[in-house]
Design a binder for this molecule. Structure first.
Ligand SMILES: C[S@@+](CC[C@H](N)C(=O)[O-])C[C@H]1O[C@@H](n2cnc3c(N)ncnc32)[C@H](O)[C@@H]1O
Length: 305
């Protein structure tokens, strides 16, 4: 439900917009599903080309993003779903909806990082939150202050690829309660005395954020449903922002759009598309982005592709 807040002062630059348009190749009349519509940057550009907003579904699990989407697309007939993309995709699949274009631009938005109170960044002192969906109960604070040392260590190792996962988990448990982003960053720094360049808390923040939002298992479960939602010749594009996500997408596309003669899908990006150096300069958030895409093969083309 939108609270209809004015969201004009919130900025998010869509990543690799030209490549997304080139690969998805939106055409008039096409049905479009954006499962991480965020602040509507990709959606605006795609809807300018499909010209049928009433056939579009925009999904996000963040209330601020939903407020923006409702502001921008109000009165244009677009359906806006405040849901996680797995629930949204399952609901659409149960209704037997299909789409010509499906886009997932994963991960965090700039407002997640830039609005201190969201607790995603150690650049600002704020309560440890990190929830993308503000309706969710589990926060990073709950995790850090109630999970066992062993579980915290596993989260840091698996989702942060943190070499000192066990040492940091031990410190976190010893220093409880850990209430703020600054406290958390300072505790992690104790495990990395004399660090230089990248702040050592970067990996811990990534790990906790992925765990709080259950990002990898949602992605793993949602990919087959998204593929099922494609109409013949429909295209699915996914933008990832770290190697853990990219590995899942790469493997899934290889399994489903490989070189097998009876494949139902064709890989549109043998290698991932990455941002240009210019884009990285103007939008540093784009630096780790990778775009991969597949297309559903029309039944009669099967085996010819
Ligand atoms: C990188 S931003 C998308 C930006 C968007 N493409 C644009 O141009 O404004 C990612 C968005 O995905 C949302 N998100 C992340 N995981 C999600 C999930 N599992 N289900 C629904 N939305 C999700 C986040 O709340 C965030 O708004």
């Amino acid at each position: 439900m939108s609270k209809n807040k004015n969201t004009n002062n919130i900025n998010h630059i869509p990543v690799m917009l030209q490549s997304v348009l080139q690969i998805l190749d939106p055409k008039p009349g096409q049905r479009y599903l954006d499962v991480t519509a965020g602040y509507g940057g990709h959606a605006q550009a795609i809807l300018e080309r499909t010209l049928v907003p009433e056939s579009a579904v925009l999904v996000d699990r963040d209330q601020m993003a939903i407020d923006r989407l409702n502001d921008v697309f109000q009165g244009r007939g677009v359906q806006v779903f405040h849901k996680d993309y797995l629930s949204a995709a399952l609901e659409l699949s149960q209704k037997e909806c299909t789409f010509d274009i499906v886009l997932a631009d994963l991960g965090m938005s700039s407002p997640h990082l830039n609005i201190a109170s969201r607790g995603f960044s150690f650049r600002y002192d704020a309560p440890l939150d990190m929830r993308m969906d503000q309706r969710q109960e589990l926060t990073a604070a709950t995790m850090v202050n109630s999970y066992s040392e062993e579980d915290l260590g596993e989260i840091l190792r698996l989702y942060g690829e943190e070499p000192k996962a066990r040492a940091i988990a031990k410190l976190l448990v010893a220093k409880r309660p850990v209430k703020t982003t600054t406290e958390l960053a300072q505790i992690v720094a104790l495990a990395w005395p004399g660090y230089s360049k990248v702040h050592p808390a970067t990996r811990t923040f990534q790990a906790l954020r992925i765990a709080v939002n259950d990002e990898l298992s949602l992605l793993q479960s949602a990919l087959p449903v998204m593929l099922d939602l494609l109409a013949p010749e429909g295209r699915l594009a996914i933008i990832t922002f770290h190697s853990l996500e990219d590995r899942i997408v790469k493997q899934f596309f290889a399994d489903n759009a490989g070189d097998r003669y009876d494949s139902d899908f064709r890989n549109l990006t043998k290698k991932p598309v990455v941002p240009s150096p210019d884009e990285i300069v103007s939008n540093p958030r784009a630096r780790s982005a990778k775009l991969r895409a597949v297309a559903k093969i029309k039944n009669q083309q099967k085996g010819d592709a």
